[in-house]
Write a protein that binds this ligand. Structure first.
Ligand code: SUG
Length: 417
């Protein structure tokens, strides 16, 4: 039985606001502020509980070893003597944003009938460029069943940001879909992180039917406004594409191509006259999880910031009142992640699979989440001020906290990273 499973990255104990992501306006705006790792992780756990309560299947991905001493060694450095920037890059908890872990093509879309996952290389940002090795190790454990094939990242120099720049439309999750790869070319002052060559490589690697794949360019305006990840301006689920009017460089062609491949696709476009690109990005309206509850009701799981924005909330109310395809709104609090530019959808990687084929250590129910919450409460630092990142006591606490979680989840095999 194929189901859509959301794998959320557990927010790691080193979560902090170092302002490392050039072009990510929330992250740079909050640079230097004091973070609250314990509250952050508990917010993520509460979001997973809300998903479970909707009747969805929930998975987890584990925090990475931080600081990343392997990476520092390859740079002929060590944490103690590294510069402040290198320290922050080695310590970042950015692996929490699981939407950037990999691109996933479910079995019904592939020519060999296996579910393919390609780990993202994230090479545009130094602090993210070293996530892939631990992600690969973890996915190879979680998806060891022959139903899956986990591929290493696309080689440099082609940047790949994973599922954040990929959408899938289908009649139902277990039916063949149309996969849309969204790349960037230019974003004015900011880097376009997803390269077209990487999209094409992933599509070939996943053995997708070429006539069921589309490549769409992000608008330069979206990237310049801070949305280098397409999942900040568009999200798809089953037959629904929910997108901002300015998300794509050539939306007419994309919509026409989609309608040709899927005549019953429902395109819900939010006009810039109702919600500006800026409001869409600060509220993370589109970084919502668009999911189908087991009752069949398309539900949008939104961050609080979307309810706090008058233009965004009034558009949503009108849509629901007007019987639009999105039938239900659920609001979650992920403020700590949001302040680093990661909303509800950034925190999860969607995999369509039979839950019985997944290593059970990576699936959770409320009892499993209780266990994780207890470890977080007892071990995660309460606060991190970026000036503290050279403090050996903090580093010892971060390292011990992760080991406590791995132990509680019987995942010590990942201890070395
Ligand atoms: O890559 N922020 C992440 C946010 C990722 C959002 N993901 C998706 N949209 N799918 C990024 O820019 C900030 C970390 C810092 O600055 O310390 C950061 O990496």
């Amino acid at each position: 039985m194929l189901r859509e499973i959301n794998f959320d990255g557990i927010i790691g104990p080193s979560h902090n606001y170092a302002g490392l992501s050039h072009g990510n306006l929330a992250a740079t705006r909050n640079a230097g502020k004091t973070s609250r790792p314990r509250a952050a992780a508990l917010q993520g756990i509460a979001k997973m509980r809300a998903n479970l309560d909707l009747g969805l299947v929930q998975g987890i991905l584990l925090p990475h070893p931080r600081p990343d001493h392997h990476w520092l060694t390859r740079l002929a450095a060590d944490y103690e003597s590294a510069s402040a920037v290198l320290k922050a890059q080695a310590l970042s908890a950015s692996a929490m944003w699981a939407a950037n872990a990999a691109t996933v093509s479910p079995a019904p879309d592939t020519r060999d009938g296996r579910c393919h996952l390609t780990v993202a290389n994230l090479l545009t940002m130094p602090h993210r460029s070293h996530e892939w090795a631990t992600t690969l190790a973890q996915l190879r454990i979680a998806f060891a069943d022959p139903a899956f094939i986990v591929h290493p990242p696309v080689p440099a120099p082609f940047g790949d940001e994973g599922a954040a720049n990929h959408m899938r439309l289908c009649h139902a999750h277990d039916h063949p879909g149309v996969e849309v790869f969204v790349y960037g070319e230019s974003g004015g002052p900011f880097p376009a992180r997803q390269h077209r060559e990487a999209c094409e490589t992933v599509a070939r690697t996943h053995r997708l039917h070429p006539d069921r794949v589309l490549f769409a360019r992000q608008s330069d305006a979206a990237i310049a406004a801070g949305a280098f990840h397409n999942d900040v301006v568009a999200v798809a689920n089953e037959r629904v594409l929910f997108a901002h009017e300015q998300a794509f460089a050539d939306r007419d062609t994309l919509y026409a191509d989609l309608r040709a491949l899927m005549p019953d696709v429902e395109i819900v476009e939010v006009p810039a006259a109702r919600v500006s690109l800026e409001d869409a990005i600060t509220s993370y309206l589109f970084n919502a999880q668009l999911v189908t509850s087991p009752g069949g009701e398309p539900t949008l799981i939104l961050p609080q910031e979307a309810r706090d924005n008058a233009a965004v909330w009034s558009w949503l109310q009108d849509h629901v009142a007007g019987n639009g395809p999105i039938r239900r709104l659920e609001v979650v609090n992920v403020r700590e992640s949001m302040a680093n530019g990661g909303g509800p959808a950034c925190l999860r990687l969607r995999v369509v699979a039979d839950p019985a084929t997944i290593d059970p250590r990576f699936l959770v129910d409320h009892v499993g989440l209780d266990r994780i919450a207890a470890v977080v409460e007892a071990n995660w630092p309460e606060a991190i001020d970026p000036t503290d990142i050279g403090n050996p006591a903090l580093i010892a606490q971060v390292e011990k906290a992760r080991l406590a979680l791995l132990e509680a989840l019987d995942c010590l095999i990942l201890a070395k990273g």
